[in-house]
Ligand binder design. Structure first.
Ligand SMILES: Nc1nc2c(c(=O)[nH]1)N[C@H]1C(S)=C(S)[C@@H](COP(=O)(O)O)O[C@H]1N2
Ligand SMILES: [Mo]
Length: 251
């Protein structure tokens, strides 16, 4: 629903609105009138539907963030549950996966942090590591269980002296993908800067040399091939988020 950004006339989407209102009412006890109040947009006043949907999505971010329990863990699985082969997904074909030389790669850190020095792979491997077997859920309708290991993200943020009261962490990737997380999720115990898939370094298709593994979020909020991260109070958005996928997207 949130992917459609074309401007449409109210009459064309009236049946959708009726369905939306029915769903809102059944699931949340909300009417379109209440929706108007919540989003500050008035559908009957000719406000573009996309504007209302974006406002609703932002409101939804706030509700989801308020409901997020920073101590609740995503389910964990055993080695026998691991999906083989683990699926590849990106906004391009597997043949176009970026080729990165791990020897001259460095993670850049900027924004609201005390220490902005870069992180070569060996330095990241020098920090304590954690491992998890969790389920990756893609919004496109598939899920798979995999094993990732790396640096717990909270420990990394503490190490660089990040402002843990800041609102967001943003990520920039080698393939021009980008994404961002709310700070509560960044600090969640299962959010890790993954260096390994299974027993080996991440293969190119799963995000070499560094991927953020966040089992409490949908797959598109798990950026691969990370080159830079930054701490900020301005929402950095993301590749899919800016095309209409709900920004919060907890799973
Ligand atoms: N850099 C980068 N990260 C990305 C993507 C991408 O296209 N580029 N796609 C996202 C999406 S939609 C999914 S489902 C997962 C897929 O990760 P996988 O290839 O390890 O299954 O990566 C996410 N992270
Ligand atoms: Mo995805």
């Amino acid at each position: 629903m949130f992917r459609q950004r074309k401007r449409v006339k109210l009459a064309e989407i009236e049946p959708d609105l009726i369905r939306l209102e029915r769903r809102l009412f059944l699931k949340n006890g909300l009417s379109l009138g209440a929706l108007t109040m919540l989003t500050g947009c008035d559908l009957t006043d000719g406000d573009a539907v996309d504007k209302v949907l974006w406002a609703l999505s932002r409101w939804n971010d706030k509700v989801q963030a308020a409901l997020f329990d920073p101590t609740k863990l995503a389910p964990v699985y055993t080695e026998a549950d691991i999906t083989k082969p683990f699926p590849f997904n990106a906004f391009y074909d597997v043949d176009d996966v970026p080729e990165i030389d791990g020897n001259d790669w460095k993670l850049e850190v900027s924004g609201l942090v005390e220490d902005k020095s870069p992180w070569p792979l060996a330095r990241l491997r020098g920090l304590p590591q954690a491992s998890q077997i969790t389920r990756h859920i893609c919004i496109e309708g598939w899920s798979a269980i995999g094993q990732w290991s790396g640096v717990p993200f909270r420990a990394f943020l503490e190490q660089v002296g990040a402002d843990l009261k800041a609102k967001y962490v943003g990520f920039k990737c080698a393939d021009r993908y980008y994404s961002s997380l709310d700070m509560a999720t960044a600090l969640h115990p299962q959010t890790i800067l993954a260096l390994d898939y299974g027993k080996d370094p991440l293969p190119p298709e799963y995000g070499f040399p560094l991927k953020l593994r966040v089992p409490t979020k949908l797959g598109f909020k798990n950026p691969k091939h990370i080159g830079a991260l930054f701490v900020t109070n301005d929402n950095p958005g993301g590749y899919w988020e800016d095309q209409g996928y709900n920004w919060y997207s907890g799973s």
